[in-house]
Design a protein. Structure first.
Length: 227
């Protein structure tokens, strides 16, 4: 048993809308079967049309009505002319679509190349324009750290100066004793006003101001003695 070839999946020729003699035109069937699956790989409609228009046995239709379906449409010359007109219209549309697609692809390629050239020529400018927020943040962080460091240095200097001054003014004295601007002790219990002399609140031998007064001797009453 002889296996019949598989029918084409896609039909380029609209046999239903063409004259009836187109069904008898073998070259139309041959071109259609050779340009669509399964004979040809699956593709878009434009690919099928271009293949159909470039088929060898149909090239005579580009010059006139003779040379393709002469034997099929001998009784219908008007039908042959209609088939040839459809073929010409189809191929003109396919050629225009191909030209448009090529122009669009060329324009896209040119635009992409120009964009790449602009990016290459601008160099760091594009990087800076897309990363300016990071740059500002880094600057703010650096300035903030520098400000904190300077402030800490100023505070430490004042703290050390204040500490030295407190030691000079006698911070070790009791809380109720203070030293005035003349260097004298003031406050309850400060017997000697001269801060430079040691006293009861300072180490070292006591000064004259801090020596205890001798106790008064009490006289005994003599009853035999008259005043």
């Amino acid at each position: 048993m002889e296996l019949l070839p598989r029918a084409p999946v896609t039909t380029v020729v609209p046999f239903a809308s063409l004259p009836s003699c187109a069904v008898q035109c073998g070259p139309l069937y041959d071109a259609n079967g050779a340009c669509v699956p399964p004979a040809a790989p699956a593709a878009d409609e434009a690919t099928y049309d271009n293949c159909f228009c470039a088929y060898d046995t149909l090239q005579a239709f580009k010059q006139g009505t003779s040379g393709v379906c002469d034997t099929a449409c001998t009784a219908d010359p008007a039908g042959l002319s209609s088939i040839q007109g459809w073929f010409t219209s189809l191929c003109n549309k396919a050629a225009a679509a191909t030209t448009t697609s090529s122009t669009s692809s060329t324009g896209t390629s040119t635009s992409s190349a120009n964009s790449a050239n602009n990016q290459a020529s601008s160099g760091g400018g594009d990087w800076l324009s897309t990363h300016w927020q990071w740059v500002i943040m880094i600057v703010i962080v650096v300035v903030g750290i520098a400000g904190i460091w300077v402030g800490a240095c100023i505070w430490r200097r004042k703290y050390l100066k204040k500490k030295d001054r407190m030691y000079e003014l006698g911070k070790g004295l009791p809380s109720n004793i203070a030293v005035n601007t003349q260097g004298n002790l003031v406050g309850p219990g400060a017997r000697d006003s001269n801060y430079s002399n040691p006293g009861m609140f300072m180490t070292g031998p006591g000064g004259n101001g801090y020596s205890e007064k001798p106790k008064k001797e009490r006289k005994k009453w003599n009853v035999t003695r008259r005043t």
